[in-house]
Design a protein around this ligand. Structure first.
Ligand code: NAP
Length: 258
């Protein structure tokens, strides 16, 4: 039944760095469901890695460079997409960055530059990409992003990224309201901790994994495929009535008060 869920749908995926990336798990699930995909990578050093991964997918996926802090690269991505895909059905935003020194110690010590950088890459980029994608989604579409509980509760070490995720989740609601009349839905997945490159930059990440496995109602950490399946649901018409939502895929950890 899942094989044809995204048949004839076209998706653009931001945030594949390597085989452990959440974006890569989402891409595989969407590809299995029949979607035609395009990917972006950040900088030449990642090109080979992303090329190697995407070669394993059917249909020669389109591969484009994109650092979301560079307007000209973002514009080029959507120009190329217009030429090759002409329309777009879904967009996956799975991007975040903060300086390592801002992901340890106290939040109060965050520098102005570190704060602005985290906001620009991890939060503002969603609005930028949504604005560019919307004209290609003339028959409606689905935009989804990745967030974490540290955007609404204090998680030691998450610091400036938590503040960026709070802005990201608020952006999801404003974008959902702006784009809803065009039939474009905007949602976020709040994933439990998963061992990826970005996650390893957070001090004490291994302790977070152990704590969640012990305390979460399901008494385990989430599997990356479980996040990918929720993304597939949000990209597909199965979720046609859902927009502006943050969906937790965290084995129930967010419920806990203590
Ligand atoms: P990841 O594999 O390291 O993915 C992060 C991606 O962001 C990488 O592809 C990275 O590329 C990209 N990126 C950073 N700066 C960029 C820029 N200026 N322009 C374009 N791309 C840029 O880690 P991940 O865990 O899958 O992260 C994906 C998303 O899930 C993030 O939003 C993260 O906050 C969120 N999330 C993760 C977890 C978790 O526990 N892993 C939990 C909840 C939410 P480079 O490698 O080149 O920097």
């Amino acid at each position: 039944m899942l094989e044809n869920l995204l048949k004839d749908k076209k998706g653009l995926i931001f945030g594949v760095a390597n085989k452990r990336s959440i974006a890569w798990a989402i891409a595989q699930a969407c590809s299995r469901a029949g979607a035609r995909l395009a990917f972006t990578y950040q900088g030449e050093k990642l090109k080979e890695k992303v090329e190697e991964l995407t070669r394993t997918l059917p249909g020669e996926p389109l591969l484009l460079p994109c650092d979301v802090t560079r307007d000209e690269e973002v514009k080029e991505v959507f120009d190329r997409l217009r030429e090759t895909f002409s329309t777009l059905d879904f967009l996956v935003h799975s991007i975040a960055f903060a300086n390592r020194e801002d992901l340890e110690g106290q939040f109060i010590n965050t520098s102005r530059a570190g704060y602005l950088l985290a906001q620009e890459i991890s939060s503002y980029s969603l609005t930028l990409l949504a604005r560019e994608a919307a004209p290609l989604m003339a028959s409606g579409g689905s935009i989804l992003t990745m967030t974490y509980l540290g955007g609404e509760r204090v998680v030691p070490g998450y610091n400036v990224m938590g503040v960026a995720k709070a802005a990201l989740e608020s952006s999801v609601r404003y974008l959902a309201n702006d784009l809803g009349p065009m039939g474009i839905r905007v949602n976020a997945i709040s994933a439990g901790p998963i061992n990826t490159l970005a996650a390893r930059g957070i001090s004490g990440f291994t302790n977070i994994l152990a704590h969640v496995a012990e305390k979460a109602p399901l008494r385990r950490n989430v599997e990356i495929e479980e996040v990918a399946h929720t993304a597939l649901f949000l990209a597909s018409p199965l979720s046609s009535g859902i927009t502006g939502e943050v969906i937790y895929v965290d084995c129930g950890f967010h419920l806990l008060g203590l």
